[in-house]
Design a protein around this ligand. Structure first.
Ligand code: F58
Length: 812
């Protein structure tokens, strides 16, 4: 399907025979689906060929186990991968249609909460582009991350019916459904060889139906697979009960089973929702392991060779129940000896940790685990017992060490520390940025890293340059291609270094600025239609987009905005002296995270007041479009001048938004945290606005006994700013409205917002001074682009392959 005519024929076939409509009678959805199916046809032959090559070459593959994939829209990515965009534009044009219109019909699959899920999507993109065999395993949530709306500034969550109008990108295979068991008890017995064995007698089961998605490599003829599991009842419904008229009871089992893949767990702070979430985790992991052993590997495969053929990468602790599941399969079902099975298991897993917050380290109550997965709990106990014997031998008499390293803890209740299980089972454990990996070794797993120094490693996160530069920023991409002479940078991002000399070229800077200006226009248009938000386009765009979390400190950004406003209305500065800026926010709060929702409401209230106050004369604008997602990120990031990465040092594991902004020519104002550290090292101190306490200072400040109220009392501007919020100025005089946020800041301030406030204001002054010189600002921005090639997820994949996976690319 390389010519315009071929495309038109393919499209019309899909419309007429796939959808059963004529062009004249078709809906936009019909046309979108026909288009997607015409495009996907071009990928299918490559997909089959990739699978065949992989099989022939008996290649080792990565089985990426992740509860989340935040994919973003598929159509544009498929067009880019196949190089079909122009043919399609022309073909649609000949039919009186536009690609722009049809791409707007796609609802993005929001099967993730934030960074962790988006990272998984970037990684599978890179592996496909690098011809490395990978199968991504996850859950096909019927409802993805909630759709956020604001009512009176307050976040309201709506279910995300992303599948409602049909999904042309998935291939369901109900005939390959696998059965997953739950509950019941275990039983020991003696087998025919006189060996003591255990069998699991489960109480109930569900089926997992695989839905395959194509993961196209960029113009390399490869397509990898993403296999998402959907839960279905083993028996549809009870006809006898149905006929007797009890319709609810008749479908109870069905409803119960299908709930397992019903909805993405939207909690991004502490694990809750408990039982269903554990069901989800075991469900997808059990399906995936069975799929590998029974469908992907050849029949009669010698399982002692399993580590030569697959590495299961655990994307955080969510899939860690795969460890006892593999042991169960090898020992109970395949009859292997424990030690042999354990040796295989230890080589087949590796674990990535994505957090430093102790409350985010997953722990399962032994009672719940034992009820849902009794055999797995026994296996975990046995793994722990053998491991603790080893530790006892290594550190005789050190009871404290044993307690510290045990997978099982008894406080506050008997429970299983999944991160410890992953660490013990995994061949490698990695953090997601240099600082994070160091802190993991020193603070989270100190005993383990002393015992196994070589097990711990770092792989700094990355982002795919296909989606986050080539697709999302066509203007800058064109400028880069023209300047470098070819498009090779799209798969070799280090080549952006070649831009460096152009940073000093006034004509190049001018063009670079023109791209940014055009991107602002585009964003402004998107926000008018999407949200009825009007933005000035000739001002600095200062952007903070990420999940709402106290440690990320959206309140610090807010205090800066309120400070500027307070200085205007109190007459401390003349409004003409205020640098015009638009502040853009995007953030979802976990539905049960009360204070985060209060902060969202406060941002909206401040925005409403400032945007409508004539004293401001339009110099400051606050915009908070609802429902920040990948699609919106693709518009916001290319338009940004300033990237806000202001978490408390030592709390943000890496961040990946920070990389996307820098790669798109925004300058960062940021703390010494996560991957900011590496961004600053690469782009240079002069091209990064660093502020705030360093991680050791944070520790020291807390150890000394931090008192936010004394900071407030000793800083008159901070006091005036907070008092303005407390006065009810942003809440029609209602002083109680934002009292929770104010008292949280003054009374607790767990993430030291007030302690970093003065330094942040000072850094913002440096930003203003730099922005006042457009030529120099452009130079800095260009250097950011030129020096961020390191943050390609292709490089992250090279590091995973070298340090952890050892999975070469396939050939031919
Ligand atoms: C994020 N974690 C980190 N977790 O916060 C961020 O620094 C890092 O860049 C990113 O991972 C990728 O490594 C994150 O997004 C979640 O969303 C979990 C979802 C499930 C519940 C617990 C949080």
């Amino acid at each position: 399907m390389h010519t315009v005519d071929e495309f038109i024929n393919g499209f019309m076939d899909e419309l007429n025979f796939g959808r059963g409509v004529s062009l004249a009678r078709s809906s936009r959805n019909d046309r979108y689906i026909a288009l997607s199916k015409a495009v996907r046809q071009n990928l299918q032959a490559r997909w089959m060929k990739t699978l065949a090559r992989q099989y022939e070459q008996q290649a080792k593959s990565v089985a990426y186990l992740s509860a989340e994939y935040l994919l973003g829209r598929q159509l544009d990515n498929a067009l880019l991968a196949t190089g079909m965009t122009e043919v399609v534009e022309e073909g649609l044009g000949a039919l009186g249609l536009t690609l722009d219109d049809l791409r707007g019909q796609e609802t993005e699959p929001g099967l993730g909460n934030g960074g962790l899920g988006r990272l998984a999507a970037c990684f599978v993109d890179s592996l496909a582009t690098m011809s490395v065999p990978c199968i991504g395993y996850g859950i096909r949530y019927e409802y993805g991350i909630f759709r956020q709306e604001f009512e009176d500034g307050w976040q309201v969550e709506h279910s995300d019916r992303w599948l409602a109008l049909g999904n042309p990108w998935e291939f369901p295979h109900p005939e390959h459904a696998v059965t997953v068991h739950f509950g019941g008890s275990t039983q020991t017995y003696t087998d025919e060889n006189g060996r003591e064995r255990t069998r699991w007698l489960p109480a109930w089961d569900v089926q997992g139906v695989p839905y395959n998605y194509m993961v196209p490599g960029y113009r390399n003829g490869r397509v990898n697979t993403l296999r998402l599991w959907s839960a279905r009842a083993t028996r549809a419904f009870d006809l006898r009960i149905f006929n007797a008229g009890d319709y609810v009871e008749a479908v109870r089992a069905q409803t119960f089973a299908e709930n397992i893949s019903k909805v993405l767990y939207p909690e991004d702070s502490t694990p809750q929702g408990k039982e269903l979430r554990l069901q989800q985790q075991y469900f997808f992991v059990a399906c995936s392991l069975r799929d590998q052993l029974e469908n992907v590997l050849p029949k009669q495969f010698d399982l002692t060779k399993l580590p030569d053929r697959v590495i299961f990468q655990l994307n955080d602790t969510h899939p860690v129940i795969a460890v006892p599941e593999l042991m169960r399969l090898l020992v109970d079902e395949k009859g292997m000896e424990w030690d042999d099975a354990w040796a295989i298991t230890q080589k087949c897993f590796a674990y990535t940790c994505h957090t430093l917050l102790p409350e985010a380290l997953e722990v399962w109550s032994a009672e719940l685990l034992g009820k849902l997965l009794p055999r797995h709990l026994e296996i975990i106990y046995k793994i722990n017992e053998i491991f603790l014997d080893e530790i006892r031998a290594a550190y005789p008499g050190d009871e404290i060490k044993l307690r510290r390293m045990s997978i099982i803890t008894d406080h506050p209740e008997r429970s299983v520390r999944m991160a410890y299980l992953a660490t013990i089972a995994g061949s490698k454990v990695n953090g997601v940025a240099a600082l994070h990996s160091q802190l993991l070794r020193d603070k989270v797993f100190p005993e383990f890293s002393a015992y196994w120094p070589d097990k711990f490693t770092n792989v700094t996160n990355g982002i795919t340059p296909r989606r986050f530069l080539r697709l999302s920023n066509p203007g800058l991409s064109e400028l880069i291609t023209e300047t470098l002479g070819d498009e090779g940078w799209v798969t070799d991002l280090d080549r952006l270094r070649e831009l460096e000399p152009h940073a000093d070229d006034p004509a190049f800077r001018e063009r670079f600025r023109a791209v940014k200006a055009a991107n602002k226009q585009t964003l402004a248009q998107v926000l008018v239609t999407r949200d009825s938000i009007t933005l000035p386009t000739d001002v600095m765009y200062d952007v903070m987009v990420k999940r709402l979390h106290e440690y990320k400190r959206q309140t610090l950004k807010l205090l800066h905005i309120v400070t500027l406003y307070e200085q205007i209305i109190s007459g401390k500065i003349a409004v003409e002296d205020v640098m015009p800026r638009a502040f853009l926010f995007g953030a979802k709060a976990a539905p049960g995270y009360r204070i985060a929702k209060e902060i969202i409401a406060l941002i909206n209230a401040v925005g409403k007041t400032i945007n409508n106050d004539p004293q401001v004369q339009g110099r400051l604008t606050v915009a908070f479009p609802a429902n920040y997602n990948v699609t919106l990120a693709e518009r916001l990031i290319p338009a940004a001048d300033l990237s806000e990465q202001i978490s408390l040092a030592g709390k943000e594991a890496s961040g990946t938004g920070n990389m996307k902004f820098a790669l798109n020519g925004a300058l960062t104002i940021g703390t010494d945290d996560g991957a900011n550290v590496e961004i600053r090292e690469l782009v240079g101190d002069d091209n990064f606005f660093l502020f705030g306490m360093l991680e050791p200072e944070v520790e020291a400040t807390i150890a000394k006994g931090y008192s936010p109220v004394s900071v407030y009392e000793s800083d008159p501007q901070l006091k005036a700013t907070i008092d303005l919020i407390a006065s009810g100025h942003f809440s029609d005089g209602d002083r109680n409205r934002f009292e929770p946020v104010v008292s949280n800041l003054l009374g607790e301030d767990r993430f030291l917002t007030l302690a970093d406030y003065a330094a942040y204001l000072e850094a913002q002054k440096r930003v203003e001074a730099a922005y006042a010189d457009p030529d120099d600002w452009s130079r800095k921005a260009i250097l950011n682009v030129a020096r961020c090639g390191f943050f390609s997820s292709d490089r992250s994949m090279v590091d995973y392959i070298d340090r952890i996976w050892h999975t070469p690319a396939i050939t031919q």
